[in-house]
Design a protein. Structure first.
Ligand SMILES: Cc1cc2nc3c(=O)[nH]c(=O)nc-3n(C[C@H](O)[C@H](O)[C@H](O)COP(=O)(O)O)c2cc1C
Length: 393
């Protein structure tokens, strides 16, 4: 029988699914409910010094949808609006009621050593399991020289990590931003400064676009907008890439996230190097109840594959990611058209000719391949509206 139980830095997880620091973890009542419903843990909405002002804009969300489903979410939300005392009392309440759940305190402060250390010293006295340093919020905070302004600056990231590590009595994860040229570079720096693990990714900085009727920004705050953080399905490949790059450069634990909406996404995050995963946007869109499908799906997958636990899945794909130079250039696939599915629309032929290769032609019965001209690029299989083309050896 496989198990979802796992252990990271001596912290026992009943399952590897954590709520990410975000609106679903902005209140004790919400987290309480999520724990009742089966989440393995929660990263609290980022806690800041009480005098750091958080004034929100309205609206603060925008979305790109496809067939009614949100595929890309944007937010410009700031950090926790609650006081440190609220969280201290809440953490004690939650741990007493749910002793087996993991609680991670996400924190952020200004570039002042005392501010960071004061929060940590206060939270050290609570039963939290770990810290997550938010070096990665891409909106609102960078203009105050914090959030992503920290995580895009190696020296400041090192400095703050060492300030926190010098007083923290619990493991310290650093939450990294994907909005850098090389996430592994900054990770190596904070690892040297004493970080115990990484969380990645925070949101990807973006701009939702312009409403062409009004010629104003889609995320419209009284006619103006700002750059925000993208999350949800669209950012998943960026998250996978970042986690894999972290894993290829470090053995520290990784809390992987970014676009997880089902157990398959979670399994892939583990395969590219995550020790546990966090979920935010999918919970915001569909509620805490998604935990049931996440847990049963992942458990069933482990059993089907003959794995005892997620440690046997972890990192399995990392060795499969190499440099372009190392890829086998002698491997060549060709398109195979399923005649039953093909509607002879000619799209594959047109696209192949207009994107360089001219390897396909058609008559009223069939699509023909000129093997000598075919680059094996697979573009035809992606543009076919009927998914009638498969690439084969
Ligand atoms: C509305 C919203 C608020 C967020 N607030 C925080 C926050 O306070 N602290 C933090 O570290 N990350 C915050 N995040 C980032 C998420 O924790 C997570 O890193 C990101 O959304 C990617 O995961 P997802 O695709 O599952 O949402 C927020 C994300 C959203 C959408």
């Amino acid at each position: 029988m496989a198990t979802l139980k796992t252990s990271i830095l001596g912290i026992e997880f009943e399952n590897p699914f954590l709520l990410a620091s975000a609106p679903p973890t902005a209140s004790i009542e919400g987290i309480d409910k999520a724990f009742e419903m089966g989440w393995g843990g929660a990263v609290l909405k980022t806690i800041t010094p009480d005098d750091l002002e958080m004034i929100e804009a309205s609206p603060r969300y925008a979305a790109i949808k496809e067939k009614g489903k949100v595929i890309c979410f944007q937010n410009i939300e700031l950090l926790s609006h609650e006081t440190i005392k609220y969280w201290v009392d809440g953490i004690k309440y939650l741990k007493e009621k749910h002793p087996t759940k993991v609680i991670i305190a996400s924190i952020m402060a200004t570039l002042d050593r005392d501010e960071w250390q004061n929060i940590v010293k206060i939270l050290n006295e609570t039963p939290i399991d770990a810290y997550e340093l938010n070096f990665s919020c891409p909106h609102g905070m960078p203009e105050r020289n914090i959030g992503m302004a920290i995580g895009t600056n190696t020296d400041i990231s090192i400095l703050i990590t060492s300030w926190v590590k010098s007083v923290a009595t619990k493991p310290v994860f650093v939450k990294l931003t994907p909005n850098v040229t090389d996430i592994a570079w900054i990770a190596q720096a904070v690892e040297k400064a004493g970080a115990d693990g990484f969380a990645a990714i925070n949101t990807v900085q973006g701009f939702m676009g312009i409403n062409l009727d009004t010629l104003e920004p889609v995320l419209n705050i009284d006619g103006y907008s700002t750059y925000g953080g993208l999350s949800g399905e669209a950012v998943k490949p960026i998250g996978f890439r970042c986690v894999a790059q972290l894993r290829q450069n470090s053995d520290l634990p990784i809390l992987g996230m970014g676009g997880i909406s089902n157990w398959e996404d979670a399994a892939q995050y583990i395969a590219v190097g995550s020790d546990a995963v966090q979920v935010c946007t999918e919970v915001m869109l569909n509620g805490y109840g998604i935990i049931n499908g996440l847990k049963s799906g992942l458990l069933n997958f482990l059993e089907t594959k003959g794995f005892n636990d997620i440690s046997e899945l972890k990192n399995i794909a990392v060795k499969k990611i190499t440099s372009h130079e190392n890829l086998n250039k002698k491997s060549h696939l060709y398109p195979l058209v399923d005649r039953e599915k093909c509607i002879k629309c000619g799209k594959c032929v047109k696209i192949c000719s207009e994107s360089e290769y001219n390897a396909l032609s058609t008559d009223k019965d069939c699509v023909y391949l000129d093997k000598k001209s075919c680059a094996g690029c697979s573009l035809c299989s992606h543009v076919c509206p009927k998914e009638a083309i498969k690439m084969c050896g």
